[in-house]
Ligand binder design. Structure first.
Ligand code: COA
Length: 261
């Protein structure tokens, strides 16, 4: 377990839970919180046994209620661009994290909090989750990749609706439009996130990592290059012990035990 004033990490059975805990401000992201999140993921990169990460917010009300408006209010032109760029970089490192990252959203995921959830690979929502990008009501736009990632996830029309109106949607609606992968009763959302992580953890770790690389590589490539990249990764996996084990286990009608190489 690693400790930071606002961010803590607990690991059990190859699954890390990173909890953002600044409850007095609904877990809003100030520079120290953002640095804590970044440090937590950097530390997890060194964990060879890690299979998945759950990212969540402490308390009953919020995942993260946004970037800290008190900090944003002090921005000028240059510092504003820097605030945006610095946050984007941290979220990008989460998106490129080599293990699946699941956002477990039990309350407000607004502004930068919604963008943080969007940078994760999967989102498990409680019925009490509230997703929204209210930035235009504050005279700004989403600046941590929200305009880009939301449109990719739910389509341009729905992203435009959320970003231009600034209105929140609940967990059920988020699941309907594909913003959340699933919505469950509030009491169950952490268990469900752990269940999804556990299901991922049963699979071949290198294959999971390559699947992420191919999925996200494809978004940034032409069809030709994306398909070539997929074929290369597919070929690389054919040389792993995990592939031999996975296929042997199927043929022998037993459960595979993957060593991760
Ligand atoms: N930045 C800084 N402080 C925030 C915050 C944010 N994004 N979101 C909430 N807080 C603070 C509130 O100022 C309040 O602090 P205080 O007790 O010192 O006054 C505390 O968190 C609790 O929030 P409060 O507004 O009293 O809770 P609520 O249940 O009445 O409302 C929200 C909850 C989420 C609807 C409301 O806090 C809100 O609209 N927050 C801003 C959301 C936003 O615009 N985020 C995008 C920023 S780019």
């Amino acid at each position: 377990m690693t400790e930071n004033k606002y961010v803590r990490t607990e690991t059990s059975g190859g699954i890390a839970t990173v909890t953002i805990d600044r409850q007095a401000k609904l877990n809003a992201l100030n520079p120290r919180v953002i640095a804590g999140i970044d440090a937590a993921f950097t530390a997890l990169r060194g964990d060879a046994d890690l299979r998945a990460v759950i990212l969540t917010g402490a308390g009953d009300k919020a995942f993260v209620a946004g970037a800290d408006i008190g900090v944003l209010a002090e921005m000028g032109t240059l510092t504003g661009a820097e605030v945006s760029r610095a946050g984007q970089e941290v979220l990008r490192r989460i998106e490129r994290f080599p293990r699946p990252v699941i956002a477990a959203v039990g309350g407000y995921a607004l502004g930068g909090g919604c963008e943080l959830a969007l940078a994760c690979h999967l989102r498990v929502a409680s019925e009490r989750a509230r997703f929204g990008l209210p930035e235009v009501g504050l005279g700004i736009i989403p600046g941590y990749g929200g305009t880009v990632r939301l449109a990719r996830l739910v389509g341009l029309g729905r992203a435009a609706e959320m970003i231009l109106t600034g209105e929140m949607i609940d967990g059920k609606r988020a699941a309907e439009i594909g913003l959340a992968n699933v919505v469950v009763p509030h009491e169950e959302f952490m268990d469900r996130a752990r269940k999804v992580a556990g299901r991922i953890a049963r699979n071949a770790p290198v294959a999971v990592e390559m699947a992420l690389a191919s999925l996200y590589g494809a978004e940034e490539n032409t069809m030709e290059h994306a398909l070539a990249f997929e074929a290369t990764l597919f070929g690389l996996l054919a040389s792993t012990d995990d592939m031999k084990e996975g296929m042997a286990a199927f043929l022998e009608k037993r459960r595979a035990v993957f060593g991760g190489s």
